[in-house]
Design a binder for this molecule. Structure first.
Ligand code: AMP
Ligand code: ZN
Length: 135
């Protein structure tokens, strides 16, 4: 299924040109238009899914295999020293384009990028409560 109002549907299916690094029947991997490091790319599904919650089994299983293969090849080609794989879901988590995608972010020594996670400071009791709320 495609959404004719969705820009990533159009990019993934070749209706809008992109700097494509890789393409197969399920995905297109493109350079991000506003990269946070050199080589920042996006795995974009050809089908329209809003986010991770909605992807089907085929997309889910192939996406991580592709992320691994791209990480290996991009590390070889771009000579990066490390790699972040980031996937945002819903506005509160930083998702701005509502079509499933995975960020592939090559990291270089001294690249000046932070992308760090800040601990929210939970006590041991609070961690126990979180665990219990999942049971
Ligand atoms: P997110 O915040 O996870 O939804 O990420 C959306 C990403 O898509 C951002 O990093 C944008 O820079 C990128 N982006 C938005 N429009 C385009 C476009 N037309 N081509 C390539 N990347 C895009
Ligand atoms: Zn779409």
């Amino acid at each position: 299924m495609k959404d004719e109002n969705c820009i990533f549907c159009k990019i993934a299916n070749g209706m809008i040109p992109s700097r494509t690094l890789y393409e197969d029947e399920n995905f297109r991997v493109i350079l991000d238009l506003n990269p946070v490091t050199r080589g920042h790319a996006l795995i974009v599904s050809k089908e329209h899914f809003r986010n991770l919650y909605e992807i089907d089994d085929n997309t889910a299983s192939r996406a991580l295999v592709l992320a691994r293969d791209m990480a290996v090849k991009m590390t070889e080609k771009f000579g990066c020293d490390g790699f972040n794989v980031i996937q945002n879901n819903n506005e509160v988590a930083g998702q701005t384009v509502i079509h499933f995608h995975i960020h592939l972010i090559p990291r270089y020594k001294n690249d000046g990028q932070t992308l760090t996670m800040k601990p929210c400071g939970m006590t041991s009791e609070e961690l126990d409560q979180v665990k219990e709320s999942f049971d």
